[in-house]
Ligand binder design. Structure first.
Ligand code: FAD
Length: 435
């Protein structure tokens, strides 16, 4: 059996210094899970050793980047393989960035900014670049530049048999295809990612809050407007019910357009929604500062539950009315939030079979988020479900789905199973809803 005593990284066992700090994932819902070992890897050879050790010993292995998985897939009572120390970011003269698989977004954006480059990716600063990329990667620049995985040009992966493969369009192309959108942890442990970065644009930051508004009209206006806005403008919408407060609505996002043009476009939305105009925009923000400015959105200190779905068409009035009345129905003890994310634009300019991400052609994504245990999440999800496309973003795993292969993978599912059979035939990388 491989010797874990000779690693570049560190092994944390229960009772050893650092075990408590290292065993917990970022997602507080899984803070009680106690792994038998946490191995913090510092090199690809460490990853090979841990995979070989776990495979030989028949131990369950959970791969952890940022530790945010909503379904707890980076936690286990077996061995946690933690990649957070593999976090180097280098950028070559041609703009291709090589990023250690354990880097978090809060490390990636400033490192790319130092080279005048960036990536379309998410906002949470502690979200792992690899977890995000393997499931797709939706962000405020995505309608202009596509998913994070659309910028992936290569990856290094440690397979279940301990072999190390470098994949791209020309080498192991089926694996490379599958890494772009099937969701994390399916085929092997990714140790490094290579991205074709984009020149970092200056952005105009958008954020506005309103309360005491006609919520149904605002949601209808956003659904009609945001997915068809120019690609250079992404505006998302959140409808928030707090205990004892009137329902609040916030629109937030970014444009790679001048401030005056952004104002003009936002006026179309506020007029349609019957809202007072957006008064304050912040122009000329580089992307790493834009992202940092939205960094506290959605980082709850308590366990939350999220269910979501994609939509290809605006919701009818009766669905909008149900969502609105449900939001404040029954006792509200903690925050409930409906979050609408605009799709369209560059997300749809990649053919559906070109990557494993199956959800091209969707207009928007709706998340229902509340404290774990609040029955509103299911009620609200079901109220919208009849109008949804039935597609679910693999980075928002939902253990309640009736038909998860169709929801996550749609027409790509059969091809993904073939890749799984080829690269992990014994299902060493296994968790609920894995291929
Ligand atoms: C605060 C917050 C903000 C978010 N914002 C966005 C957003 O703007 N856009 C968006 O698209 N998504 C967003 N998400 C969702 C996010 O993309 C997923 O939760 C993602 O899976 C998190 O990856 P992680 O590395 O942080 O989590 P982890 O739990 O570490 O990993 C997630 C999954 O990927 C696997 N994995 C991780 N690293 C590797 C690796 N090196 N090799 C193989 N498998 C690996 C894990 O085993 C697990 O199955 C957000 C989530 C949170 C909590």
């Amino acid at each position: 059996m491989t010797d874990l005593a000779r690693l570049d990284g560190t092994v944390f066992a229960p009772g050893s210094p650092g075990y408590e700090a290292n065993r917990r994932p970022a997602n507080v819902a899984y803070h009680d899970v106690r792994p038998r070992l946490v191995v913090s890897c510092r090199s690809t050879s460490d990853v090979v050793a841990v995979v070989s050790y776990a495979a030989t010993a028949g131990e369950r292995l959970a791969v952890r980047g940022g530790g945010h998985c909503f379904a707890g897939r980076s936690s286990t009572d077996g061995i946690v393989l933690d990649l957070s120390e593999l976090n180097d970011v280098t950028v070559a003269a041609d703009g291709v960035a090589t990023i250690g698989a354990g880097a978090r977004l809060g490390q990636v954006y400033p490192a790319l900014h130092a080279h005048g480059r960036t990536l379309p990716a998410g906002c949470g600063p502690t979200v792992g670049i690899t977890g995000l990329t393997l499931g797709g990667g939706i962000g405020l620049l995505g309608r202009q530049y596509g998913l994070t995985c659309d910028r992936l040009v290569g990856a290094q992966v440690v397979l279940a048999d301990g072999s190390v493969v470098n994949c791209d369009d020309a080498h192991e192309p089926k694996l490379f295809w599958a890494l772009r959108g099937a969701g994390g942890g399916q085929f092997g442990v990714v140790t490094a990612l290579q991205f074709a970065t984009v020149p970092e644009p200056l952005t105009t930051r958008v954020e506005a809050w309103w309360s005491d508004v006609a919520v149904e009209r605002v949601m209808a206006a956003w659904q009609a407007w945001a997915p068809d806005a120019p690609d250079q403008l992404t505006v998302n919408l959140a409808v928030i019910a707090e205990p004892g407060e009137p329902v609040a609505v916030t629109a937030f996002g970014a444009a790679t357009l001048p401030e005056a043009d952004t104002h003009g476009l936002l006026r179309e939305f506020t007029q349609l929604a019957g809202l007072p105009p957006v008064t304050e925009l912040i122009p000329d923000m580089p992307v790493h500062r834009l992202k940092a400015s939205f960094s506290d959105s959605g980082e709850p200190g308590r366990a939350v539950r999220i269910r979501s779905e994609f939509f290809t068409r605006p919701m009818p009035d009766d669905t909008l009315a149900s969502l609105t009345s449900d939001l404040t129905a029954g006792p509200i003890h903690t925050t409930r939030q409906l979050s609408f994310t605009a799709m369209g634009g560059a997300y749809d300019r990649v053919p559906v079979g070109a990557t494993a991400f199956a959800h091209r052609g969707q207009r928007f994504l709706l998340e229902h988020t509340a404290a774990a245990g609040d029955p509103w999440v299911d009620r609200s999800w079901h109220a919208a479900h009849g109008d949804a496309s039935g597609r679910v973003y693999p980075n928002f795993p939902d253990l309640e789905l009736d038909d998860w292969p169709a929801a996550y993978h749609a027409e790509n599912h059969a091809r993904l199973v073939e890749v799984k059979n080829a690269y992990d035939p014994h299902r060493f990388f296994r968790f609920p809803q894995s291929l």
